[in-house]
Design a protein around this ligand. Structure first.
Ligand code: NAI
Ligand code: MG
Length: 353
């Protein structure tokens, strides 16, 4: 099969890590007889420099014309002084909106060879750790009306419609079916009206998935449970604000930020796939970045946008094998371990596919 992929390398380490992900994808294409055609477009600081805006219309058009989007990372000190509307991150929020992406998936998995990078005590992860945070991306207090009174009081309106909750809930339950069959819905229904809408809606949607186990946690308890007993979770379904916080918490308990992928999906198969980390200006251009988060993001692309499960498995297994063999970039290496560069790590993964 032939697939068109929009490639938005972005800033800092973005171009380096995306190049390694493409190297691995090309190997997958060769092994499985597919063709991946890449179409590059600008976003973030790179787009500001070239076109004066973090999200040129041409980039949106390119993404919409493709089957999926790979994104590196955006931002860096060069653009920090710009007004909010002109900042590189505006490009990210804008593209999610333009592509209608309303769910953000962040798997957090502990890779056995990196178990001692986990900041939790070994007994806390005795059950392993393999969960995915399913975060709503287009609603909640982030997109509600904002204003400041004359006396300086700030207001952010928090809102969730039933339709917004329904569509993400269906996504989470369907995903749970492909995993361990367990959804934990997280809200603050004891206090917030939006959360009561959230919980009632999830309870109703759950009736359509009698084969999926479901439980409900308040977000404060969920935050605690994530560090006390993360093995209890499979799919964590939550809103934009709680999801932002819990997904960072979930990812840091697995070790390095350089390992963690993400997917943003909408109603169609078009999705955007990116590592959760930023542009790492401190190591940009030095061939030091860990490309694994980006490589694993493209595995999610194969699975969710293209329906290529065997290919995704092959890529994920290749990553497991290089870790078992002891391949390490600087962020995941112990003091006495040999450190590979970004491109060597890409070579090693490609060779295992
Ligand atoms: P960051 O994630 O870029 O870096 C944090 C630390 O992790 C740094 O020490 C960095 O060297 C390290 N790191 C990150 N990715 C790595 C990788 N693949 N391999 C090895 N080490 C890695 O976060 P920071 O420093 O807060 O932000 C830097 C810039 O990135 C800022 O301009 C920020 O706005 C932007 N940013 C962009 C995001 C995106 O494009 N999705 C997300 C987060 C931040
Ligand atoms: Mg965040």
């Amino acid at each position: 099969m032939k697939y068109a992929i929009a490639v938005l390398k972005g800033d800092g380490i973005g171009p380096e890590i995306v190049a390694e992900a493409q190297k691995c994808l090309d190997e997958v294409a060769k092994r499985f007889g597919h063709e991946f055609a890449y179409r590059e477009a600008l976003v973030g600081g790179a787009a500001i420099d070239a076109c004066g805006t973090p999200l040129p219309q041409e980039t949106i058009d390119t993404c919409l014309a493709c089957d999926s989007v790979i994104l590196g990372a955006v931002g860096g000190p060069k653009w920090d002084g710009l007004p909010a509307e002109m900042r590189p991150e505006k490009g990210l929020l804008g593209i999610r909106k333009e592509l209608g992406l309303f769910v953000n998936l962040r798997p957090a998995k502990l890779h056995a060879p990196l178990a001692d990078a986990c900041p939790l005590k070994p007994e806390r992860i005795a059950d392993g750790l393999d969960l995915v945070v399913c975060r709503e991306l287009t609603g909640d207090v982030y997109f509600g009306a904002k204003h400041r009174d004359e006396d300086g009081t700030g207001h952010d309106d928090m809102n969730y419609s039933i339709a917004e909750v329904e569509r993400i809930a269906h996504r989470a339950f369907r995903m749970a079916r492909q995993r361990q069959g367990h959804v934990t819905s997280v809200d603050k229904a004891n206090v917030l009206e939006t959360s009561r809408v959230w919980r009632e809606t999830v309870q109703r949607v759950a009736l359509e998935y009698p084969d999926v186990a479901v439980d409900y946690l308040y977000v404060d308890n969920a935050a605690m449970q994530l560090v006390l007993n993360p093995g209890q979770f499979d799919v964590i379904l939550t809103g934009n604000l709680f999801g932002d916080i819990l997904s960072d918490e979930a990812s840091c308990i697995t070790g390095s930020i350089g390992m963690l992928p993400s997917a943003s999906l909408g109603e169609t198969n078009l999705g955007m796939y990116e590592p959760i980390h930023g542009s790492a200006p401190d190591i940009a251009g030095k061939n030091k970045a860990n490309p694994i988060a980006t490589v694993l993001s493209t595995a999610m692309m194969l699975r969710y946008s293209f329906g290529l499960a065997a290919e995704a498995d092959a890529l994920e297994r290749a990553v497991e094998r290089v870790l078992e063999k002891g391949c390490r970039t600087g962020d995941i290496a112990k003091a006495d371990e040999r450190v590979l560069g970004c491109s060597d790590m890409g070579d090693a993964i490609a060779a295992e596919i």
